[in-house]
Write a protein that binds this ligand. Sequence first.
Ligand code: ASP
Ligand code: MG
Length: 410
Amino acid sequence: MALIVQKYGGTSVGSVEKIEAVADKIGRFRDAGDDIVVVVSAMSGETNRLTSMAQEIMAYPTPREMDVLLSTGEQVTIALLSMALEKRGYAACSFTGGQVKILTCETHNKARIREIDGSNIHAQLDLGKVVVVAGFQGVDENGNITTLGRGGSDTTAVAIAAALKADECQIYTDVKGVYTTDPRVVDDARLLSSITFEEMLELASLGTKVLQIRAVEFAGKYKVPLRVLSSFEDGPGTLISLEENTDMEDPTIAGIAFERDEAKLTVAGVPDVPGVAYEVIGPVSAAGIEVDVIVQNAAADGTNDITFTVKRSESERAKEILDKVRESLGAREVVMDKKVGKVSLVGVGMRSHAGIAAKMFKVLSDESINIQIITTSEIKISVVIEEKYLELAVRALHSEFELGESEPQS
Ligand code: ASP
Ligand code: MG
């Protein structure tokens, strides 16, 4: 008998019918003798609906009241799911975040979990009940309702699994698991049976949107075995685990992530003196613009070029800031290219294999794709290229590195 924490996202509980299907699924685990704690999101679209009602009243709703409002979405689904379980003869008990005592900091709308008291959950499990907990919410020291930020139910599930020392935390979603790359771009993309936390973190931050990054960090830190799987189809999904625990035949590359809609900005001819990188990047970041790849190359004439990428939607704002910076620094010019994208190879096996970068560059060269920027970390190589070649690059790399479904897996 195992203790399993299961999280069902908004699409999995998006209607009464779907909630009933989730109850059937949970019932099968109970029949097998497992103890189950379920964490649910609000019905799909509900958090957005509540947000837009608030915004009809005020553009920047009071943060405390926003949390009181948004937390109701999950309160609906815990009650309905508990009823659906009871109807099937499975004893169940719902808990809001406050009723569990998921203690968070006081920062409304993006609170961080401090501590979870597992005693209320344990008491109900001991009575043989399925415990159904509202995701995304907690309570601060003064009893105020808080929420954890969009997508926060993943984090609730992982935190509860850590607090209860559960055997596994299962995240049920609308995809079968984590793929070698986006199946919408590469038909042949393969479902990974396992991946390490490190790789998942890289993929998650590089634009593979399966899991909230915070949840992956949390699971890695507290060593919670995490599995992503489909609520609608049976299958083993993808296990996210510690490197030493995986028994996979360490393929050098775990996956390929890519990001469209980026823009590249270069401040050319900045003086080669201390403080200049700060003067360029500082104001951009202070404006709340997320800066991605940053490179500086040294020109021979005592000046440098600083290049970085941002989301395309923020590029005009960044350009305006840089035009001012250019004047005050006496830099030569600011150049913007709004049509770039980024492709990244990720894999812990890369650490010990020379030649991955060379192979990647060869593949791109064979396709006559020009590489504009190259950056690397221990387990990742990223290139920035012209956006129109992005999908071509992903397909060519996926095939050359033999990541596909049709490749023999040792
Ligand atoms: N309902 C919240 C949201 O839509 C939390 C979640 O689904 O994880 O962001
Ligand atoms: Mg969600």
